[in-house]
Design a protein around this ligand. Structure first.
Ligand code: ADP
Ligand code: MG
Length: 702
């Protein structure tokens, strides 16, 4: 059945299969399809014809410009626009776009972080067309622009972006999973990894947002006392959606549908003013591009409603932050989900082998996976009793954990726990079948039926890196498993013992209990699982020998590429904290302190005025307030000077691990010392004299 609202807009801005069939000669279409579907080399002549068709389609839809759309290591997208215009000999403008312009761009993007891979004097960087992610038209105040998804690499072929390693990791996973499937007697054209990224976000009134420099410059509040009401009533979670936010969601959905993004679920989240959108899953590369478009579109649409979409991982202290649940599975071209347990999972050896591979990969590279979810913002969220801790563990659920235990004990499993019916106790309600396992929201990496859900990822992050890492470490384990099984004389018994051995060796990473509890932190330490609190602590895992070996073997990233990425991590961490510190200094010295001084003057005037009018009147309340306020004011001023000093020192340090560590240990402590007295003052000072909107204003008056 078709629904007019959805079918009228769905995919209208995408150079999708339907458009390709209409605009391309049959032969070209088939050739391009085989490149997209089974990774065959892209033919130059085909590219020329596609470029022409893409231009025709874009012009038919009102486009004036095109851009190579890429994802440098900043984590956001980048683009440089060119118009289709060229001059003809008879001084008329003609519109041109050829295969060369489609395939390759040279944006001279020398200012993007390269972690030492490019010196400015040899700054050539190229963008290369990624035909596996469809081109799309963006329509906004700039007009209509044809956006061509591209990879970004250096003159010497090193990856300078997030897409290239993701594509390489998908190829690695494809190759290795195919080897394993072959052992089970299966042939497939391709094994893909599917991703569904649930996106959490806050919506704040834009007028209020614009009054807070901290939100503007750093994306999160750097000051702010808790309002009288927080999220304790759980009345926002799944609450009915108010009309202002609803109008935003309606427009967001329509915009996303036009891009072919299957926006599916929307709801209010736990924190006040927090919401979530989940699309239907797609292959990793497209899902990654789509998630970038989702974030961009959320920001854009919010502004049309005088709202600001805040994507930071922890915009408000004491209030739940935002994440991005990265649902990950492995699927064949024929649609077989390799993580689907089937009716009798204990007998499904192929499934058990793939699950064992994931368990081993996650255990062996736990610190690296923690790294994959690291940014300065997420440090405030992970481990804060609202999000997974900074320890990686796997939740398997009752049924699968039971099977794992049987295998470890006996070498094989005899039965699977079956689902039963729920008794709700009301005759008129339908008889529901229970899922075989309950959920565990506290696990960073949970098996949820036929996929793993990686819940650590931060809301503002690109999902490219987490999935690149996940694909690579799993591909590596699959390759070793394939080596072993290919060389065995008796496949069935080799398979059984490989599954048992793997589960035995890596059982420590499985944890079904409460991941938010203190006991788990202790228990995890006993099991030897790494607990990595910050991005700075997580980054070394990117360049340790184990990682380099696996990433080079799987041809995903070379040692030099990994090292450059580590450099960029340290750099971006220091920069993020430097901006936060400078914003705090500015807000404290130009807004908070002057306002507090004004308030103390008011109190002093009141004391003097009351006393002279009536010498016997009691002014102890004003005096007490004046004493406390002045004490906190002094504290704030002292902390401000300390922060100023450490920030200056940090700014002068050379980039690298030492500088990042200095920001993590010294500057962030000085930041907290400045925040504390100001937050206390917020609770004392007259609302009228407080210079910025409070948490109450920001979170409850949207
Ligand atoms: P929940 O988190 O409640 O389990 P859903 O089952 O609806 O919610 O799925 C959440 C997200 O996971 C959605 O984006 C969905 O498209 C995605 N998803 C579902 N199945 C898969 C799969 N096999 N591989 C990857 N993502 C999936
Ligand atoms: Mg989920």
């Amino acid at each position: 059945m078709e629904n007019d609202v959805i079918s009228k807009v769905y995919g209208t801005r995408v150079f999708n299969d339907d458009v390709m069939q209409r605009y391309l000669p049959k032969k070209t279409y088939q050739s391009l399809k085989s490149t997209i579907d089974s990774g065959q080399d892209l033919d130059r002549e085909v590219a020329n014809v596609v470029a022409h068709a893409m231009k025709e389609w874009a012009l038919d839809n009102g486009a004036t410009h095109y851009t190579h759309w890429f994802q440098p290591l900043t984590g956001v997208t980048a683009e440089k626009h060119d118009s289709f215009i060229s001059a003809s000999s008879d001084s008329r403008a003609i519109l041109e776009f050829n295969g060369k312009e489609l395939i390759k761009g040279e944006p001279d993007a020398s200012s993007f972080p390269s972690g030492g891979l490019r010196a400015t004097f040899e700054a050539r960087g190229y963008t290369a067309w990624d035909c596996t992610s469809p081109a799309f038209l963006r329509e906004d105040a700039l007009g209509v622009t044809l956006c061509i998804p591209t990879a970004f690499c250096s003159y010497t072929g090193e990856a300078l972006d997030k897409k290239t390693p993701l594509l390489r990791s998908m190829e690695a996973l494809d190759t290795q999973a195919q080897r394993v499937l072959k052992l089970f007697g299966k042939e497939t054209a391709r094994v893909d990894c599917s991703i569904g990224a649930e996106q959490e976000y806050f919506l704040i009134d834009r007028d209020a947002f614009l009054k807070r420099d901290d939100l503007i410059f750093s994306g999160r509040t750097l000051f702010g006392a808790m309002p009288p009401k927080g999220q304790e009533l759980d009345d926002h979670y799944f609450g009915s959606i108010r009309e202002r936010q609803g109008a935003f969601m309606k427009e967001l959905n329509e915009e996303l549908w036009k891009f072919g993004i299957l926006s599916k679920t929307q709801h209010n989240e736990v924190a006040p003013a927090q919401h979530e959108m989940a699309p239907i899953y797609d292959t990793a590369n497209i899902a990654t591009d789509h998630n970038q478009l989702v974030m961009e579109t959320m920001r854009k649409v919010a502004r049309r409603h005088n709202l600001e979409c805040v994507l930071h991982e922890k915009p408000f202290d004491g209030i739940n932050g935002s994440g991005k649940h990265d649902n990950w599975s492995i699927v064949t071209a024929e649609g077989e989900n390799l993580l689907s347990p089937g009716k009798e999972p204990h007998k499904n050896k192929q499934f058990l082998l793939f699950v064992a591979a994931v368990i081993r990969a996650v255990d062996e590279h736990a610190a690296l996976l923690r790294y994959s979810a690291a940014n300065a913002g997420n440090d405030h969220r992970l481990g804060g009793n609202e999000a997974p801790p900074a320890i990686i563990s796997i939740f398997l659920g009752e049924q699968l954990e039971d099977i794992v235990e049987q295998i470890i004990d006996k070498g094989f499993a005899e039965h699977s726990i079956k689902s039963s019916h729920m008794d709700i106790g009301v005759n008129t309600l339908p008889n529901l079948r229970k899922d075989v396992t309950d959920r565990n929201r506290t696990s960073p990496f949970a098996f949820t039926g036929n996929k793993f859900e990686f819940r650590m990822v931060g809301s503002s992050q690109s999902i490219a890196t987490p999935n690149t890492i996940l694909n690579t470490v799993v591909a590596n384990v699959l390759s070793e498993m394939a080596d072993e099984l290919e060389n065995s004389s008796d496949f069935d018994s080799a398979l059984d013992s490989l599954i048992q051995k793997t589960l035995k060796e890596h059982q420590r990473v499985i944890f079904n209990g409460n991941g938010y509890s203190e006991e788990w932190v202790e228990e995890a330490a006993k099991r030897g699982l790494p607990n990595v609190p910050t991005m700075v602590d997580a980054t070394p895992s990117l360049i340790d020998d184990k990682t380099v070996k696996v990433f080079e073997k799987m041809h995903v990233l070379s040692k030099v590429e990994l090292e450059s990425r580590a450099e960029i991590c340290y750099e971006s961490y220091s920069k993020a904290l430097n901006i936060e510190a400078k914003t705090m200094l500015e807000m404290a010295s130009k807004e908070y302190i002057p306002s507090v001084i004004e308030y103390t003057t008011k109190l002093a005037n009141s004391i003097n005025g009351v006393k002279s009018a009536c010498p016997e009147a009691d002014v102890s309340v004003q005096s007490e307030l004046l004493t406390t306020t002045s004490k906190l004011l002094k504290e704030a001023r002292t902390a401000l000077l300390a922060l100023d000093k450490s920030t200056k020192k940090g700014s002068e340090m050379e980039d690298g691990v030492d500088r990042a560590t200095f920001y993590k240990d010294v500057v962030s402590t000085d930041m907290a010392n400045l925040r504390n007295p100001i937050d206390e003052l917020e609770l004392i000072v007259d609302k009228e004299d407080w210079p910025v909107p409070t948490y109450g204003d920001l979170l409850f008056e949207v």
